[in-house]
Design a protein around this ligand. Sequence first.
Ligand SMILES: NC(=O)c1ccc[n+]([C@@H]2O[C@H](COP(=O)([O-])OP(=O)(O)OC[C@H]3O[C@@H](n4cnc5c(N)ncnc54)[C@H](O)[C@@H]3O)[C@@H](O)[C@H]2O)c1
Length: 276
Amino acid sequence: MSLKDTTILITGITDPNSLALACAKQVKLEGAKLVCTALGLTKHHANLSDKAKAYLEKTYSDFEKTIETELGKDTVTIPLDVTLDGSIDEASDTLKEKGIKLNGFLHSIAMDKTIRAGVVKPLLEVTREEFAGAQDVSAYSLIALTRSLLQKEVLQKNSSIVSLSYLGASKIVQHPYKNIGIAKAALERITIELAWELGKSHNIKVNAIRFSPFTGSKAGGAIEGLQEAFDYNEKNSPMGNAKPEDLGYEVAYLLRPYGRITAEIRHVDGGFNIRA
Ligand SMILES: NC(=O)c1ccc[n+]([C@@H]2O[C@H](COP(=O)([O-])OP(=O)(O)OC[C@H]3O[C@@H](n4cnc5c(N)ncnc54)[C@H](O)[C@@H]3O)[C@@H](O)[C@H]2O)c1
């Protein structure tokens, strides 16, 4: 029970196939209380089309059903859109009002509008807006969420932060990863910079994990050629692809309230990263 007496925030659960859910289950098993946030409609969303509103409502209600079934009714759930500072601060305020003090959180959030219907746009076709959007949701959100949780005194000293990345942050992988690869590179660099700042100021650890290709989730299922990459990595990794539960073990390990592992970009990928 290495997470006994801790409270951990898990972001990024959409449905039972989200990687964050496998992590949440292991974190709970190791003794932590859970708080889960997910994309949903908030008062900070302005001028939304009916379609966009319906999408956010459905996303949040699917999330709530998943939490109730998979993690239990006692799990606190809060809507959070990381592109809106108001939504981030409101989530922090809600945690504060509920008297919840966090000992860590999992950042499991990514979005790239240049990945559509299983096709990834070549970099030269990526617009300024698409580039900035992927960076905002997938990388800057780690800074924005950490800042808000600290400013509202919800995230405690000695906490631990973990985010999810991919080998495509630094390598050309078996399938196009392009715009989101650049956002993951930023996420990893943010991890290192935050580890430096927060280690000094709050004794907080910040790490990122590069996970194997996983086609089961919504984000993974959208990526062109990911199944082929999965098959290739399965054959060409020392131990085959890592599974969501393997990710859960590592996330729970890094979230422990003791130890000095920080500023690491770790791999949970069956060892595939050693391949040329
Ligand atoms: N699937 C893979 O192959 C793979 C491999 C390595 C790393 N990852 C990373 O793991 C993480 C989780 O991905 P997943 O595969 O479980 O897919 P997923 O679709 O289940 O999770 C992505 C999450 O990001 C959330 N999100 C998107 N925009 C948001 C916003 N504006 N505000 C708040 N939340 C927002 C979505 O709602 C969703 O819950 C991502 O960072 C992804 O890049 C995935």
